[in-house]
Structure formats: C-alpha cells, structure tokens
Design a protein. Structure first.
Length: 506
C-alpha cells in the first residue's frame, strides 16, 4: 500500500524542510551523500498447537537511521526516537566519519541549500570513483511513488484484524492435516505478520515511501508409524493482506504437509559418490540462492572476495541459461516497490544466455563499478545500513520436459527439498543437506532417499548444467536470508540436471 506523502511525514513527526536540514547536517563534515531511513513496523503472531492457542502477541518497532557516505567510508547512526534533536544527533554522529564532530549549531537555510546543491552536483558530475577510476553513471530517481504501481495487494489490513479472528483459519488447517493422514500425532500451525511504514529521503532530494505488508502461514506435522517418527513442515509467505487466508490455501498447505510420507518412512541412505543430480522445480532454488546468488552480490565482488570477481562478461553457464534476481513479482515475499535506499524495484538479469552480465548492486557498489543501482540495497531494519542483498532469485525455464530430463539419467539422484547448507563465497564450495529425494535408476525414480549431502562448487555446478526444464516454479515458502542481517527473500528454479556433483551417502 502507498499512502500519500503527508501520512508518512505525520507518522514520523517530521516536515519536508526538516528532511532537508537533516541530510544537510549529515553532509556538514564534507560527506558526499547522506540519507534517512524511517521505519514504523507492527508485528503480530498467533500459534496453535494441537488445536489450542498456545502463544501470540504483538509489538512495534520504530525509529530512524542516518547514513553518510564519504569516498569509501560509511558513517551510520540510528535512534528509536524521531524527535528532531535525536535525529540531528544521529546525523552529526554519522557525519563524524570525516573527523571529529563540529560544534553543535543549527544550519542556516542558505547552508542547507548550498549543501544539497553540492551533493547533487557531485552526483551529476560523473566523479571518478577513487577505487577503480571509473566514471560514475549519472542516475537519479525523481518523482513521488505511484499507488497504481504498488506491488503489495492488500484489501484487508493486518493492523485492522483482531488476533481472535485468525484462530478459525488455524483450526481448519489443523483439522485438514489430520484428516489426510491417520499417522499424524501432532500439528503446530502459525500465522505471523508484519506491516512496515517506510519513509526514505536523501541529499539528492529523492523522497520515497510505502507501506509493506508481509504475512506467513506455516504448519508442522509429526507422523508416527510403529516406532518410527517423521516430521514435515510447509509454509507460504506473501506481501498481501488478510485475504490470503483462504480455503484454497488450507488445502494447498495440508496436501503438501502429508505429501510423500509413505516414501519418507521407507527412505534409506544410498551409496554415495559422484553422479548426476536432478534438482526438482521450486524449493531446489535455495541451492541457486546460496551457492551462486551470494557470489553475485556486488559487495563481495567489490572487495575481491567472490569467486566471480573477475568473471564479468565471461561465460559461466551453458548457452540458454538465464539467472535472474527480481523485485517486481506482485505479492512475492522478495518483492519491493523500492529497496531500502529508495531505488525502484526492478528485474535484474545476472546471467544472460550463460554470460555473467550483472552483479547485484546497492548505491555504493554501483558507484564503484560505474553502473546504475539494481535495487538490491536492503537492510533488516533502521538499525542497519543497507548492503547488497537478493530479492527473488531464480533460473528461467528451458525447453526440456522434466520427465525427459529424468529419463536421460542412467544412475543418479533426484532431490527436491533441501535443509541446512554452507557456502564459501571465495572458493564457491557448497554443501547442502537433502531432506527428501529419490534414486534414479535406468531413467526412472525408484527408491526414496534421505540423510544425504550434496557437495559441489558453484562455478563448476553452473558450468555442468546439462538441461533446464520447462517447469519453472517460484517457491513461496518463508525463506529468510542471513548475511550480517536478515531479510525476507524468495527463490525458484525449473527442473535442472547437473552432470556431476558429490552425493554424500554410505
């Protein structure tokens, strides 16, 4: 939802002239750029355990962060108060990145005007970046946000909905899971939501604002067959209103919660070794996110820490492979009207036809590389400075039928659900634990498998892609990415065949 500008000014008790004076204060010690990030977030959750409400609550988080950029240096300070004097103190603290703070004194209107003009002229002059000598691309983002272009549909507001009104949905979800499998002995169902009012302003006099909903429904079921116990958890998360709590969502979650449980009880650990691996469509995208996506984030490349640092413009995948990070999918957990630097959300092709064509940029890395920001500057809250982060990361579908991909493998593994993973950004090495999958024998899925690891190297795995299916699916689970701070993301992938990965089994 996008309210009018005055709604956000009133929410944070600031005026338009004060915004100018605050960013000018950030520039008062010689900074190149300054910005403000205001946040007012309401959180709510309610949990049902075996048909009874066992927990729930609401809380709010409120404050402002002030950032100052000066060359390669960043000053940052935040306050849980938006009283003018408290924000000024933050601006002065952030400005001190250029040296000891100046004596406290209010800036005159002329000093404010001169500071903002100087900041605009610096950005408009193609100033060479000190780190690599490239010229900065001039790119501004003027104009007010357009409510008609809002990517967060919400006809029924979370803030206006009492917690008690959510309980019937959870009860129906609990019952739907239990009626589908008599082996269910425990069900935990939960709804969590948050709504954030965001106001951003910078020394280029760009003002961006929106109200971001984010809601998640999850259900975990425990199954018992004889003395054996298995469990499964599924979730959905969208930037949408209370209308997401539909009967069709209950059916979808309940069916997925009990899916393939016969195979889960029969699953065994297979013999390990190097072999072809078919990654199922959807949730397998987490491997793409972790093993490749992070290495495309521009801060790792700017600092020379990524395995892809020197591969821009080079072929890193076979022809026909396109890898995208997208902030424009309506209602997606990873989508944004604007990133946390006020840059419009956009669709970024990182790999086009197998060629590495773009990193994921915030304003800092964009200046370093002499390119336009890609809308990937993100932060956990006003307490953090933004850094390059993914949004919804996926590989476009190819032209192969999934069944033909599987039938082409004489011996290998099919995997469709991953758990914990580890990645070394510099080397590109990764390992992921597989929750569920099947042996592939003579082109057919045979015995179910579990308790295995998939081990490989990101660049090698990309180069070893043999086929991509025509069944791209974005997984709408509650994916959260941790990189110094946490942000919501989504991921997806079509059925993909990688010709050679290490399977850690017996």
């Amino acid at each position: 939802m996008i309210h009018d500008r005055q709604y956000y000014l009133d929410t944070f008790n600031v005026t338009a002239p004060q915004l100018d004076s605050l960013v000018a204060e950030g520039l008062s010690r010689g900074g190149d750029y300054s910005d403000l990030y205001f946040e007012n977030t309401t959180y709510g959750n309610i949990m049902l355990r075996d048909g009874e409400v066992t927990s729930g609550g609401m809380h709010e988080d409120y404050g402002v962060g002030v950032r100052v950029l000066s060359g390669d240096k960043t000053g940052y300070a935040y306050s849980e108060s938006t009283a003018l004097n408290d924000i000024l103190a933050c601006a002065r603290a952030a400005a001190a990145i250029n040296g000891t703070a100046a004596p406290v004194q209010d800036l005159t209107d002329k000093q404010v005007s001169d500071a903002l003009k100087a900041a605009h002229d610096k950005a408009d002059s193609f100033v060479p970046a000190a780190s690599n000598g490239r010229r900065m691309v001039r790119k501004f983002f003027p104009g007010e946000p357009n409510p008609a272009a809002d990517r967060y549909p919400a006809s029924q507001q979370w803030r206006d909905t009492a917690a008690g009104a959510l309980v019937p949905f959870l009860l129906r979800l609990d019952q739907s899971v239990r009626t589908r499998d008599q082996r269910v002995i425990k069900v935990i169902a939960m709804i969590s939501w948050q709504v954030s009012d965001i106001l951003m302003y910078n020394s280029l006099r760009e003002c961006k604002y929106d109200t971001r909903p984010l809601a998640s429904v999850s259900v975990s079921a425990v199954f018992q067959q004889g003395t054996r116990v298995e469990n499964n958890s599924v979730s959905r998360s969208y930037r949408i209103g209370v209308e997401m709590l539909s009967d069709s969502l209950i059916d979808e979650l309940a069916a997925e919660a009990v899916k393939d449980m016969d195979a889960r009880f029969d699953a065994r650990r297979p013999k390990g070794g190097k072999m072809p691996v078919v990654m199922g469509a959807g949730a397998s995208g987490i491997l793409l996110h972790e093993a490749m996506g992070h290495a495309f984030e521009a801060d790792f490349n700017r600092k020379g820490q990524s395995i892809f640092t020197d591969k821009m413009g080079q072929r890193i995948c076979p022809q026909g492979i396109n890898i995208i990070d997208d902030g424009t999918i309506k209602a997606s957990r990873g989508s944004l009207n604007y990133d946390d630097e006020g840059v419009p959300g956009q669709k970024t092709y990182m790999v086009e036809d197998g060629i590495l064509t773009s990193y994921l940029h915030d304003r800092i890395s964009a200046r370093h590389y002499g390119v336009t920001p890609t809308g990937n500057g993100r932060r956990e809250s006003f307490r953090y400075a933004p850094i390059p982060r993914m949004r919804t990361t996926y590989m476009e579908g190819g032209d192969a039928r999934p069944e033909d991909i599987i039938s082409s493998v004489s011996r290998g593994i099919y995997v469709d659900q991953f758990a914990n993973g580890q990645v070394k950004i510099g080397e590109g090495d990764f390992t992921f634990f597989v929750k569920s999958g099947y042996l592939i024998e003579n082109g057919r899925l045979t015995a179910p498998v579990k308790d295995i690891n998939i081990i490989g190297n990101g660049p090698e795995a990309l180069a070893d892609i043999i086929a991509a299916g025509n069944d791209l699916r974005i997984d709408d689970g509650t994916w959260t990415c941790g990189k110094e701070q946490s942000v919501p993301v989504s991921c997806g992938i079509p059925t993909v065949l990688v010709k050679n990965l290490t399977v850690g089994g017996e």
